[in-house]
Write a protein that binds this ligand. Structure first.
Ligand SMILES: [Zn+2]
Ligand SMILES: [Zn+2]
Length: 133
């Protein structure tokens, strides 16, 4: 392995580690701030590139929650998300994955469905608790 490959691997490993260490579905900017603690001279562009690579390699997911930011998730098993309209957080929703929906959609539309994404919009448990106080 040459030096360049090694350097990129280290950056990628660090980025993945940061992503795996959070359930907050962070933006690339947040990941960049964390990774800079380990690799101070890394650029935001490099973080973006590595995040894209992790996604295309199936090691991370990119989420579009509709607020104009891209969020990343190291938990790659298909699952659903809640976008909180109050605080803008993205959290995992534990409902189980509706595989039958893929089957019905594929059958009705004569196509192949690999998976589906679902983003619930509402108010997260944290904000709901604050409202009750
Ligand atoms: Zn919230
Ligand atoms: Zn998630």
């Amino acid at each position: 392995m040459d030096k360049t490959v090694q350097r990129y691997s280290r950056q990628r490993a660090c980025i993945l580690q940061v992503l795996e260490g959070t359930t907050s579905h962070p933006t690339a900017n947040w990941v960049y701030d964390q990774v800079r603690k380990e690799i101070p001279n890394i650029s935001l562009g490099t973080v973006y590139r590595n995040l894209s690579k992790l996604c295309s390699d199936g090691m991370a997911l990119k989420l579009d929650v509709g607020d104009g930011t891209e969020r990343y998730d190291a938990y790659t098993t298909p699952h659903y998300h809640l976008y909180c309209k109050d605080c803008g957080s993205v959290s995992d929703i534990h409902t189980g994955y509706a595989a039958q929906l893929d089957e019905v959609a594929a059958k009705e539309n004569h196509c192949r469905i690999d998976f589906h994404n679902l983003i619930f919009c509402g108010v997260c448990s944290q904000c709901t608790t604050n409202l009750e106080k």
